[in-house]
Design a protein around this ligand. Structure first.
Ligand SMILES: [Zn+2]
Length: 91
C-alpha cells in the first residue's frame, strides 16, 4: 500500500467498512509512515470531537434551528387531537 491508497482507505477504515486484512495493511502503513499517521490521528480526533459535540453539547435552540433548517421542525403538530371543545362525538 502506498500513501495515496492508505489515505483513501482511512475513511473506510474509520467507518469500519474494511476487511481485517485491509485494516492490518493500513495499520502497518500508518506505523511506518509518520505523515499518514499524523493524518489518521487528525481524522480520528476530528470524528471524536464531532461525535461528542453532536451527542452532548448541542444546546436545544441550536437543535431546533438545525431541525428547522433540514425540514424536520413542526412547531404545531397537525390535527389528530381529541376534541375538547365540541363535546362528545355522537356516532
Ligand atoms: Zn504514507
Amino acid at each position: 500500500m502506498d500513501c495515496e491508497q492508505t489515505i483513501r482507505q482511512v475513511y473506510l477504515y474509520l467507518d469500519g467498512e474494511l476487511t481485517t486484512l485491509r485494516r492490518w495493511q493500513i495499520t502497518r502503513h500508518l506505523n511506518r509512515c509518520p505523515p499518514c499517521h499524523h493524518g489518521f490521528d487528525f481524522e480520528l480526533e476530528l470524528r471524536q470531537v464531532i461525535a461528542t459535540r453532536c451527542h452532548d453539547e448541542v444546546p436545544p435552540e441550536l437543535k431546533a434551528r438545525i431541525a428547522q433548517a433540514i425540514g424536520l421542525f413542526e412547531p404545531d403538530p397537525p390535527a389528530e387531537r381529541p376534541r375538547l371543545v365540541d363535546g362528545p362525538d355522537q356516532a
